[in-house]
Design a protein around this ligand. Structure first.
Ligand code: FAD
Ligand code: NAP
Length: 891
């Protein structure tokens, strides 16, 4: 519909002056606003949509620059709420152009007769919550203000272009355009001297086409982006076939996927693949021309690990060099300052080849910053460029810009959103804000939004919000408001999630770094649309957890709390384990449990390479015991850590904690010798404890033979292994050696009592259960022996023991006895460092490369071991331990 007609229609809908009364006011008529209106109507709400633009389309109304297309395949970037609509529209290309996408939104608006409730050319200026009427008052710049029960901001994550921020823009006598506000009638650039400032997606899409028209194009690049060829054309056969085979299943997979497009979870980590295998995967991804493919399908650790990510950067640099003829230009176009994917990569058509054209010049602003824009062009430190046209492809005040542009948004007690968000956006689920009842944001900060196929994320938010409003109404509630507890919990969860990926390491619009003065924080939720959807559903299934609900004729309901208290990756692991429907270990019998563990461990990612791995036999208390030795790649001799595996004195062997031993070896730069001590029920108490002591003595005596540093050794262990480690320290003190320089105790068993709160709090659900611990104790040790300090070291004499590092996990039955042991050691005068890992379970700190949030804790353990051994606590940075991993915070 032409703008004029739309404007005429919109003015009919209201009488200026009188306030328009509706159940719901929606701001924005883009992807989100249109679906909201349709869904609200279906649910029986009266609604109005207020839209600044002259017609529907949002992003696709405003961004009409040459080359504008989507970068998620259009087959995926479509509405899915109505299978009939899905069938009625067929996209002509793999990545549709802006005009085609805009036609699609027009088609949708017509199909559901949406425009009659949309007021176009109407900007929302301010909004105020009225506590007496429990309604929002919305101030517009055109026509009537609106009074509504619910206020939904579907204002877009990328809808507020950033101001130019360059001196002298007003002095320029030529034409100025913004990609995000491109004129509807197009721009004639033929024969003109054109500048494009900015090389994000908008710049990269438009530059090749502008270069074809302009007499000369000068591109001003501050940060080089990664771009891969879109290979546009018809939708690829493999994806189309997959989609057509079962559309409903395909859509459902998308909803539960990582990024909103159905792709499997990649399992192979980078170091498991050879160079040739990695190259093959990369070439396949490059040929596919699909962002989600290249961002998720190369190797499992690509988004999390700096080194594995750097491999991709190098491969893309090669591609750039192969196309761009001038080596200096190729180097300038090759991103060096951010990990691949930490800034949104771009899809291009002929982008790099454009720099081989004689009429294109690249100006590298890192070497010659812009000094000013003048009447005739742009002046840098090194040159002055005369211009007829300047195109600003400088991006958006993303995620929060459009929300904060409605100013003030006043919630309860006169509080404005801008004051609440002064230190960065605070939300519950990215949907709501405490103190702002009945205000909802579609794809707001704190939700997956821009780190996903937005179509899927928008539909999920719209469904969740409208379904909640309908449920509220049916139950007699009229207000819904996030609690402070829930919001603070979400902020913590967001902070935990931000440690999982490399996004936090780049200066991007994801973090707000592109806008001078904006508070920097990773704004989108980075742990996937499927997990996020699960959390939103859980909020509902747990009785609207974290929301206060009120209504005139019903009792107030507030089920306060935090929806996610586990670390995000621990939650994922537990979810995966739950789906596997594993048997209860204690139901299998000792041998059955061992066999199960061996099988289970086969599916575990391999540990990282170390300098050398060897094995042999040492002398235990009553005979030879197997050991496995992990040697660092650095020249020795190294101090030796004697390691005792976990498994409740019943399960496991010297190989079963292999990834953790490798990690300790790599991070500490020390030899780790993992001991295969004897197990119950064949060898009950005190066999394991006595083996631990004997093995430590043997290793200390044979240190030089093992290539280790003679002198004191260190001991370490996890779970029952930590029990053995600390018992070994007591025995070594009492039996005249060997000398032990320090003890690392990870989730140690220290006492036979089961009545500490952590046993009750974590009795079920977190892998190590109370029942399993009962079973381990029963097999290992008769009740009469359990108070022996060799079984319950907390009951022993702790004075004079070596310094200790004690790690405990919040959701572990053993938490309290571990903390008590650390405190008792300290009380006995032993130097102790404690790590109380928030959000972790019994096994998560040792689940190397599965639980990334354990990295910071493991780095601290290694530092402690080095300190015990008299070495500098920080290992000199080596090529194979990424600084990011080492720096990552403990959970
Ligand atoms: P928008 O489409 O941004 O619509 C918001 C609307 O709200 C706008 O029309 C705006 O005018 C209106 N509005 C804002 N504030 C006010 C106010 N105060 N008063 C009245 N009206 C207001 N995402 C993908 O997943 N895949 C892609 O391929 C993709 N390509 C993109 C290409 C470009 C060029 C850009 C800029 C973004 C792209 N995105 C893509 C992200 C894109 O923004 C979303 O996919 C989606 O279109 C957002 O829809 P929305 O309705 O939430 O917001
Ligand atoms: P952008 O990614 O933020 O890129 C803006 C560019 O302008 C960057 O190169 C930036 O450099 C530069 N810039 C900003 N201010 C500058 C200044 N004062 N001086 C010099 N350079 C400056 O914005 P965008 O390209 O519009 O893309 C935004 C997002 O929209 C994309 O990431 C994507 O999600 C979406 N989008 C998608 C498509 C698509 O392919 N479908 C197309 C366009 C947009 P710095 O990086 O140094 O700040």
């Amino acid at each position: 519909m032409p703008d004029a007609a739309v404007a005429a229609r919109s003015s009919e809908t209201t009488n200026s002056g009188a306030t328009q009364q509706v159940d719901v006011a929606v701001v924005g008529a883009g992807f989100a606003g249109l679906y909201l209106l349709h869904k609200l109507r279906k649910a029986g709400f009266s609604a109005v949509v207020l839209e600044d633009a002259g017609d529907v389309g949002g992003t696709w109304y405003w961004n009409r620059y040459p080359g504008a297309r989507c970068d998620i395949q259009t087959m995926d970037y479509s509405y899915t709420f109505d299978p009939e609509l899905d069938r009625e529209w067929t996209w002509s290309e793999k990545y549709a152009t802006q005009p085609e996408i805009l036609r699609y939104f027009g088609f949708v608006a017509d199909r559901y007769d949406l425009r009659r409730d949309i007021r176009f050319n109407t900007r929302v200026k301010a909004a105020k919550w009225d506590d007496t009427s429990d309604r929002w008052q919305i101030v517009t710049d055109n026509g009537a203000d609106v009074s509504c029960r619910y206020y939904i901001m579907a204002t877009g994550c990328l809808s507020t272009p950033k101001p130019p921020e360059i001196d002298g823009v007003k002095d320029f006598k030529g034409e100025i355009y913004f990609t995000g506000r491109w004129p509807h009638d197009g721009v004639n650039l033929a024969g003109k001297r054109v500048a494009v400032i900015g090389t994000g997606s908008s710049g990269i899409q438009s530059i090749p086409l502008i270069a074809e028209q302009a007499a000369h194009l000068t591109v001003f690049q501050r940060t080089a982006s990664f771009a891969l060829p879109a290979h546009n054309g018809p939708a690829p056969d493999d994806r189309k076939t997959y989609f057509e085979a079962d559309r409903a299943a395909y859509r459902e997979q998308a909803r539960w996927s990582l990024a909103g497009v159905p792709y499997p979870q990649e399992m192979a980590v980078s170091w498991q693949l050879s160079d040739a295998e990695r190259r093959e995967r990369f070439e396949k991804a490059w040929a596919a021309g699909d962002l989600v493919h290249i961002l998720t399908q190369l190797w499992a650790d690509q988004a999390a690990d700096f080194d594995s990510n750097a491999l991709i950067g190098k491969l893309i640099h090669e591609k750039i060099r192969a196309v761009v003829k001038d080596p200096e230009t190729a180097a300038a176009l090759s991103p060096q300052d951010h990990p691949f994917g930490s800034k949104r990569p771009c899809l291009d058509t002929n982008y790099y080849a454009t720099y081989n054209r004689p009429n294109v010049t690249l100006v590298n602003l890192r070497q010659e910053p812009i000094k000013a824009i003048t009447a005739s062009g742009i002046v840098t430190d090194k040159r002055s460029v005369d211009l007829d046209v300047i195109v600003f492809a400088t991006g958006f005040d993303a995620m929060t810009g459009a929300i904060m542009a409605v100013h003030p948004i006043t919630g309860r007690a006169g509080k404005s959103l801008s004051s609440v968000w002064a230190q960065g956006p605070q939300t519950y689920l990215g949907l709501t804000v405490a103190g702002f009842p009945n205000l909802f944001m579609i794809t707001g900060p704190g939700s997956p939004s821009v780190l996903s196929n937005m179509a899927v994320s928008i539909e999920q938010h719209v469904d969740w919000v409208v379904d909640r409003l309908a449920a509220l109404r049916d139950a007699g509630f009229t207000t819904m408001e996030a609690t402070e507890t829930a919001q603070a919990g979400w902020a913590r969860h967001m902070a935990d999630c931000s440690m999982l990926t490399l996004h936090r390491l780049a200066n991007t619009w994801y973090t707000g770094a592109n806008v001078p003065g904006k508070v920097q924080t990773l704004m989108p939720y980075n742990s996937g649309v499927g997990p996020y959807r699960g959390i939103c559903n859980e909020v509902v299934s747990r009785g609207m957890l974290g929301f206060k609900l009120t209504g005139p004729d019903v009792a107030e309901q507030c089920n306060d709390g935090e929806v996610v208290r586990l670390q995000p990756d621990v939650r994922l692991v537990l979810g995966m384990l739950a789906e596997m429907n594993l048997p209860q270990i204690e139901s299998l019998g000792a041998q059955g449990a061992r066999d199960f563990l061996t099988e289970f461990n086969k599916g575990r990612p391999a540990g990282r390479p170390v300098g050398e791995v060897g094995s042999g036999a040492l002398q235990g208390a009553e005979g030879p015991l197997p050991y496995r030795l992990y040697r660092p790649a650095t020249p020795g001799p190294h101090p030796i850590v004697v390691y005792f595996h976990g498994g409740g004195w019943v399960l496991g062997d010297e190989l079963s904690d292999d990834p953790f031993c490798r990690d300790l070896c790599r991070r500490s730069g020390m030899i780790v010798v993992s001991v295969g001590y004897r197990h119950a029920p064949e060898h009950r108490f005190p066999a394991a404890a006595e083996d631990g002591y004997a093995a430590t003595r043997w290793i200390a005596e044979h240190a030089a033979e093992l290539g280790g540093r003679p002198g004191p050794v260190l001991v370490a262990g996890w779970s029952a292994g930590a029990n053995i480690a600390t018992v070994t320290c007591q025995l070594a003190r009492d039996r005249g050696g060997p000398q032990i320089a320090g003890q690392l105790l990870v989730c140690p068993v220290t006492d036979c009592r089961f009545d500490r709160p952590s046993y009750a709090d974590n009795a079920v659900g977190y892998f190590l259960t109370r029942a399993l611990m009962f079973w381990f104790w029963d097999i290992y040790c008769s009740p009469a022996d359990r108070t022996d300090p060799r079984a319950s070291p907390l009951r022993g004499n702790l004075a004079g023991l070596p310094p200790a590092f004690v790690a405990t996990c919040e959701f572990d039955p053993l938490r309290d006895e571990g903390i008590e042991y650390a405190e008792a050691l300290a009380a006995a005068g032993v130097p102790v460092e404690q790590l109380q890992a928030r959000g972790h379970i019994h096994s998560s700190l040792v689940m190397v490369d599965v639980v990334i949030t354990g990295v910071g804790g493991r780095a601290k353990m290694a530092e402690a071991l080095r300190g015990f051994a008299g070495l500098p606590r920080k290992l000199e940075e080596s090529a194979d331990i990424s600084p990011i991993s080492v720096n990552a915070a403990a959970g």
